[in-house]
Design a protein around this ligand. Structure first.
Ligand code: AGP
Length: 605
């Protein structure tokens, strides 16, 4: 996803802009650029490819100036090349943008009829030219306000002006934007993570708001052009922030961090002395909740799907799950007796944020389960349940998925207990199992070598299938997603009971089929589905936590993970699938932390 930086300072800014852009690399991008202002000249430098390419350009030809903006671009309009890289500048204005302007074609046509020429294929250049035109009649702030009124779609903007060398203007609608404060220097950034190395004092713009930065002042405005005040947050300093330590890449670090993640997350919510769960400030009395709606995207959505089975087992609450990009356009019948829960690692996913906005507009109670507590989704929810996973840098989500599952399970147990729908013995037992989870994950991670041995069998295959029943079905979806996004190989997650309704036709000699079969009420049924696949030549990789089952010799590979209970099996059976995807991607020399075409935080539709 695109990332924005802006710095207004009493000293040269290009090095700090580059260093901050490097902090934004985790978002996924394909080009980069910077624009600084010196001696009434906008000095724009851009490249396709990585930030280090831009750094090389600056080494040869430094960009001076105490005010500047920078950008890493994830292409939405126009191919990833130098011309389409940001910033987009005219002689008087330079703009960096994260988001999508949905009416850019119409606006471009209007400007072209006025004789204006475009260099790029981007929607952003339209913004640059509109502001340039308005500047002929108005001051910068007024010019920006007038321009924003013409735009449809989403943006986070950073803008500098040739004739106003003291200011940077930022604006936000639908894409996150933060402001950072320091002595003789102020900052604009897509998130606090990008600004962390320069400051821990952060304010967040909300949709419709603008800011004007100078090196020693920051002013905020609402969309009626009124001056407003914004809260300053002191952001947390994550001890395990952005270094890989001894790991080859962030993903392996984050997979192997999962015992720590589990322990930290469990400790945040469980009082082991009282053997009880601590979550307070419910926005709605659990006994009065008629329906729970869980919403997310991608892996976060999969965590919602798993939780559906848990809530159905442990509570009488009606439960609905939806993908955020679907939810936001459905004709939903909102109900104030429902609780709407949004799951998002980044807390900035555009579809999930938009779905939350719709709930807020309909005055219903909302809760978010996030990893970034300063994020937009967290700030806009009635109630936040952090997953405490620490920064997740690898684009493919692993420890955050674990954290999402743990928090959803804890919420389910607490609601069940408060509604008097679980007996004390089972409640205590489940809490004790949660406390044992970190050790069980560690034991599962010790199986890495077995998994590494089979990974090459996925390279040669035409694709693979992941099958499961009950809460193992979403784990099958998650395992397939991991393999797809990391190794670019086709993989499909499917309900094991559904194979005979069509997909069984895909099974051919040697096709890898991963069977996820925990010791639960579906186990025997899953065994029968396994036989269906074996009979047609499928190559079975059987992953279970069932000690009793003598893995039949008709299977290619069997893996047994520790068993805690039928709820936590979903978590433990995910770990081998993460390791499988990781090792297949390694064999294929894929970019483990930044898979092609993907972004860590999808802040556009
Ligand atoms: C997970 O491996 C993917 N990178 C992706 O599906 C991700 O889960 C999805 O984009 C949602 O992101 P979020 O949790 O930050 O909202």
């Amino acid at each position: 996803m695109c990332g924005i930086i802006g710095i207004a300072s009493n000293k040269p800014v290009s090095i700090n802009i580059i260093n901050s852009l490097k902090k934004l690399e985790y978002r996924g991008y394909d080009s980069a650029g910077i624009a600084t202002l010196k001696n009434d000249l906008i000095n724009e430098k851009k490249c396709s490819g990585r930030v280090e390419e831009l750094e090389k350009i600056l080494l040869k030809s430094p960009s001076e100036g105490n005010i500047g903006i920078g950008h890493v671009r994830w292409a939405t309009h126009g191919v990833p090349n130098v011309i389409n890289a940001h910033p987009h500048s005219t002689e008087n204005v330079s703009v960096v943008h994260n988001g999508i302007i949905e009416n850019s074609d119409d606006l471009k046509k209007e400007l072209e009829t006025k004789g204006l020429k475009f260099k790029s294929q981007t929607d952003t250049e339209v913004i640059t030219l509109l502001i340039t035109e308005e500047l002929k009649k108005f001051e910068p702030l007024e010019s920006v306000f007038k321009t924003l009124k013409k735009l449809k779609g989403s943006f986070a903007l950073g803008i500098i002006f040739k004739d106003f060398p003291e200011i940077i203007i930022g604006a936000r609608r639908g894409s996150p934007l933060a402001v950072g404060y320091s002595k003789d220097e102020n900052y604009l950034g897509s998130d606090s993570y990008a600004l962390k190395s320069m400051t821990n004092k952060i304010s967040y713009l909300d949709d419709g708001e603008l800011c004007v930065l100078t090196k020693n002042s920051v002013s905020f405005y609402d969309d009626n052009e009124n001056k407003i005040n914004k809260k300053t947050h002191i952001i947390s300093d994550d001890e395990n922030i952005s270094d890989k330590g001894d790991y080859k890449n962030f993903m392996s670090k984050e997979i192997f961090e999962q015992p720590i993640t589990a322990k930290k997350c469990v400790n945040e919510y469980i009082d082991s002395l009282k053997n009880d769960i601590n979550i307070y400030n419910f926005p709605i009395e659990p006994k009065e909740i008629k329906k729970l709606i869980l919403v997310g995207c991608g892996t976060a959505y999969h965590s919602c799907l798993v939780a559906k089975y848990w809530f159905e087992e442990l509570t009488s609450i009606d439960i609905e799950i939806d993908i955020a990009s679907e939810f936001r356009y459905r004709n939903i019948k909102f109900n104030t007796e429902n609780l709407y829960v949004f799951v998002s690692q980044s807390g900035e996913t555009a579809d999930t944020a938009a779905a939350l906005d719709i709930c807020k507009k309909n005055n219903v109670k909302t809760c978010s389960i996030v990893n970034v507590i300063e994020s937009t989704i967290a700030r806009n929810s009635d109630w936040v349940l952090p997953i405490h996973a620490g920064p997740e840098i690898g684009v493919a989500s692993t420890k955050a998925f674990l954290g999402q599952l743990i928090v959803l399970y804890i919420l389910c147990l607490k609601f069940s207990s408060m509604r008097g729908e679980i007996d004390k013995k089972l409640y205590n037992q489940n809490i004790n199992n949660l406390i044992k989870l970190p050790e069980a994950i560690k034991e599962t991670l010790n199986l890495e070598n077995n998994i590494q041995l089979i990974s090459k069998e996925f390279i040669e295959a035409r694709g693979s299938m992941f099958l499961g029943r009950g809460s193992s079905f979403p784990i099958a979806l998650e395992g397939a997603l991991k393999l797809k996004e990391l190794s670019y190989l086709h993989a499909e997650g499917y309900p094991a009971g559904e194979m005979k309704h069509g997909p069984l036709a895909l099974i051919e000699e040697g096709l890898p089929v991963i069977i996820i079969a925990p010791k639960d009420k579906y186990f025997e049924k899953t065994l029968s589905n396994t036989q269906e696949v074996i009979a047609r030549g499928g190559k079975i990789f059987f992953i279970t936590d069932n000690k009793k089952d003598s893995l039949s010799d008709n299977i290619r590979f069997g893996l047994r993970v520790p068993h805690l209970d039928c709820f936590l099996s979903s978590i433990l059976l995910t770990v081998p699938l993460q390791l499988l995807a990781y090792h297949v991607a390694l064999l294929k020399n894929c970019d483990i932390d930044k898979p092609r075409n993907l972004a860590k935080s999808v802040t556009v539709e």
